[in-house]
Design a protein around this ligand. Structure first.
Ligand SMILES: Cc1cc2nc3c(=O)[nH]c(=O)nc-3n(C[C@H](O)[C@H](O)[C@H](O)COP(=O)(O)OP(=O)(O)OC[C@H]3O[C@@H](n4cnc5c(N)ncnc54)[C@H](O)[C@@H]3O)c2cc1C
Length: 471
């Protein structure tokens, strides 16, 4: 007979709609018509996720006279930008630990730019009236194993030594006074460095702001290829072409129109559940008053947060790499992962037994081997790209948009001077080596979680080479 917790988890999923909660919204705006015929512009932006939308918006803010066109292959916000956890972090380096390991010399600058970037997002949300439930409530990284507690303490002390004073170390009682789970042993609270928001509403709000500034947006308009045309570039689409002086690619994990960029990223599928709205009593049973986001500190981690109507989003843990890096709609759903996530949810919050999940979905994350975005140009500086945000792109895509515009304008700025912007991650090898390497890394990370955080020889070698796998 199945254990009780298993039965509860499966039953809790029986009514879950297989679609992103954020995109399942009757107020979703209608798509803009597809491009038919030829278009000409100063700047063509390819991709209607945050990356492309911020690029179009900032291009207009920098120079209102610039003629900007954006093409989106499907619908604005349908991909990662409409499926994510909505943790909008200041960090540009996929967390402080990764920043310390990779760019210690310029970390103070990176942290300052990241804070300014998050402030600018908050200001844009207010200025354009973007109704995306933006709440700057912070995030607590919680420890659920003793070795994680030691790691959080080490991170706290290292951050203080480097002069970053924004983190608070919480003991077991303090963290459980914020959100009560019997699994929490302590936490590290970043009160200002993370905001939570409604991901799809941010994308739709940015779309509206772009249209308001005169950006011409064409949806269901895939860029098929890219060729030089006179002094600029031309992109072919199903029913027409766009001729542009400059081009910015915000195409995330989809095959880049600049082929040599492709080996730098692999798709990693990440999954999330959303509960039904909690009642007052259910919410009180876990004491979650201050609405901050949470994540646990394992290699295979969970992230969780409240929605505006007091549902809990619970995601993460499994990070699934499809052989050959092949994107497919079939990968968007994975019942075995949903079941695992539901079991973990009830282990974390046994007080919520009986709660049901209303939605379950997945999406592809553009993972690169250094976990934070990379940037570059092609076609003699006429094309710029930014990709590789690895699960922390809600905030940092705005920074990436600024970098792409700096590069296209040929400007030397505090951003383009950064080592992080000038360097590239190590590309992934072809198959079957990528599959094998990622498989061994995933297996080793899971073992490390079960083994007091001890890293085996493979992980130590990867650490030495500055390589990794994450979601
Ligand atoms: C399940 C999940 C949870 C996540 N949680 C978080 C989180 O909590 N916090 C966080 O910071 N990050 C998170 N992320 C990552 C974050 O969502 C992404 O980093 C971010 O949305 C990337 O934005 P983007 O615009 O680059 O990509 P996307 O949103 O994927 O947009 C790219 C767009 O380009 C279009 N496109 C591609 N090729 C072409 C072409 N040739 N022609 C026309 N259009 C094209 C696509 O159709 C797509 O709409 C998560 C991701 C997932 C999948």
């Amino acid at each position: 007979m199945a254990p009780v917790a298993m039965r509860t988890a499966a039953q809790s999923l029986s009514g879950a709609k297989p679609v992103s909660f954020w995109l399942d919204d009757p107020d979703k705006p209608a798509p803009q018509p597809a491009l038919t015929g030829d278009e000409r512009c100063d700047l063509l932006v390819v991709g209607g996720g945050y990356s492309g939308l911020w690029t179009a918006l900032l291009a207009k803010e920098r120079d209102p006279g610039r003629d900007v066109v954006l093409i989106e292959g499907h619908e604005v916000g349908w991909a990662a930008s409409g499926r994510n956890g909505g943790f909008c972090a200041a960090s540009l380096t996929h967390g402080l630990g990764n920043g310390i390991a990779r760019w210690p010399g310029e970390l103070a600058k990176l942290e300052e730019l990241g804070e300014r970037n998050l402030d600018a997002i908050e200001a844009a949300v207010a200025a354009y009236g973007i109704d995306c439930d933006f709440e700057r409530t912070g995030e607590i990284d919680v420890a659920t194993e003793p070795h994680q507690l030691a790691e959080l303490k080490e991170m706290y002390e290292e951050a203080r030594k480097l002069g970053f004073t924004g983190l608070e170390l919480l003991d077991r009682d303090q963290v459980r006074a914020e959100v009560d789970s019997p699994t929490f042993l302590g936490g590290l609270f970043d009160r200002r460095g993370v905001a939570l928001l409604h991901p799809a509403k941010l994308a739709w709000g940015l779309k509206r702001a772009c249209l308001g500034l005169g950006v011409r947006i064409y949806e269901h308009t895939r860029g098929l290829d890219l060729v030089a045309a006179g002094a600029g570039m031309a992109v072919r689409t199903p029913y027409g072409r766009v001729f542009a002086r400059r081009l910015a690619l915000g195409t995330n994990i989809f095959p880049s129109l600049v082929k040599r960029v492709r080996p730098y990223t692999v798709p990693v599928y990440d999954y999330a559940l959303m509960t039904e709205p909690l009642t007052e009593e259910q919410l009180a049973s876990i004491g979650w008053k201050n609405r901050q986001g949470l994540g646990d500190s394992a290699n295979q981690f969970h992230y969780f947060r409240l929605s505006a109507d007091n549902r809990i989003l619970w995601g993460g843990y499994d990070a699934v790499y499809p052989f050959g890096g092949k994107l497919s709609a079939d990968m968007d759903h994975r019942p075995e992962t949903y079941l695992k996530l539901a079991e973990h949810f009830f282990r974390c919050f046994p007080q919520l037994e009986g709660v049901n999940f209303s939605h379950a979905w997945g999406g592809a994350i553009d993972t690169c081997s250094r976990f934070s975005a990379f940037f570059g140009t092609a076609h003699a500086g006429k094309v710029a790209y930014a990709a590789g945000y690895t699960g922390l792109g809600v905030g940092s895509t705005r920074f990436g948009a600024d970098v792409m515009l700096d590069l296209l304008d040929g400007e030397r700025t505090e951003r383009t001077e950064l080592e992080m912007v000038r360097s590239k991650p190590m590309p992934f090898p072809p198959e079957p080596f990528a599959w094998a390497g990622i498989g061994i890394t995933k297996w080793s990370l899971a073992r490390s979680d079960d083994n007091g955080g001890r890293r085996n020889l493979w992980l130590k070698a990867m650490d030495k080479l500055g390589l990794g796998f994450d979601s």
